[in-house]
Design a protein around this ligand. Sequence first.
Ligand SMILES: Nc1ncnc2c1ncn2[C@@H]1O[C@H](COP(=O)(O)OP(=O)(O)OP(=O)(O)O)[C@@H](O)[C@H]1O
Ligand SMILES: [Mg+2]
Length: 305
Amino acid sequence: MSSLKGGVGKTTVALGLASASFSRGLRTLVVDLDPQSDASTGLDVNPEDYANIADVLENPKERTVRRAIAPSGWNQHHEGSIDLLVGSPSAINFDGPHPTVREIWKLEEALASVEADYDLVIIDCAPSLNALTRTAWAASDRVLVVAEPGLFSVSAADRALRAIEEIRRGVSPRLQPLGILINRTRPQSMEHQFRIRELKEMFGPLVLSPQLPERTSLQQAQGAAKPVHMWPGEHAQEMAGYFDDVLDQVLHSMQSGEGASRVGGAAGGGARQSATVAFSEERADSPVVAVESGDQSEDAFTPDE
Ligand SMILES: Nc1ncnc2c1ncn2[C@@H]1O[C@H](COP(=O)(O)OP(=O)(O)OP(=O)(O)O)[C@@H](O)[C@H]1O
Ligand SMILES: [Mg+2]
């Protein structure tokens, strides 16, 4: 889950998608790559009991990775299996503007040793285009760009898609945008409807349906560290349904080997599919989805030559 802007709902979408995946019985791993560690809080894990993402980026060997993976507290509420690769404020030390190629591949290296245990890996990114986000993208098959229906959303989403395309061309051919997920819409707001139309005109089928409305039940579930699928009330169930929909699109995109659309990319690019279908070289991997948000931050994107 990605956005270059803060606070548009990356973590909320990552947790909603995780809730959908968990409820469906998929073995799910959430990677908390944001130094703010909000996903770790939302998944009800006490980080003190585990190693964390900073340890993993320091030393991406299997032993460290397994020590940094915690079962989510969600497992108490429902049958199934959802784990967290624990976040840490120290991850900020790995978020420099000019990562080396080796640094960019560290998360991929780390996940390669555990991903056979999972059907879906969801990465919650920090709101920037620095090393951590590029590390997430290099480890991912798809990027879900989260955007708010605001004034800068078109330019923000455009920058995010261009950055994804740079990484696809320069680093990881399998990477594709899953699409732009518009979050926090108010159907009665003329401004929001205008911005949504604008995004659709600009990006066509890359704008995913449904758009997610603003609902306090999401905040309540998040605040209580519970999956939205298990939160009572009509609105929570409505949101759960939307996240089921997004999950369907993730899984469909992995099966077909295509994003909702493409940004100048050749079809497929050899997408990794389920745990049994190998991507490009020799490994059989589970799909990995990073969540970002399209944003107007000023960080310059500097592709590695
Ligand atoms: N659809 C929604 N309805 C209501 N509240 C929402 C919705 N989406 C996000 N929020 C709320 O907005 C706030 C910011 O969302 P969130 O933390 O998911 O954003 P973020 O992009 O992960 O932020 P950051 O860049 O700081 O990591 C949170 O309090 C969250 O509960
Ligand atoms: Mg967040």
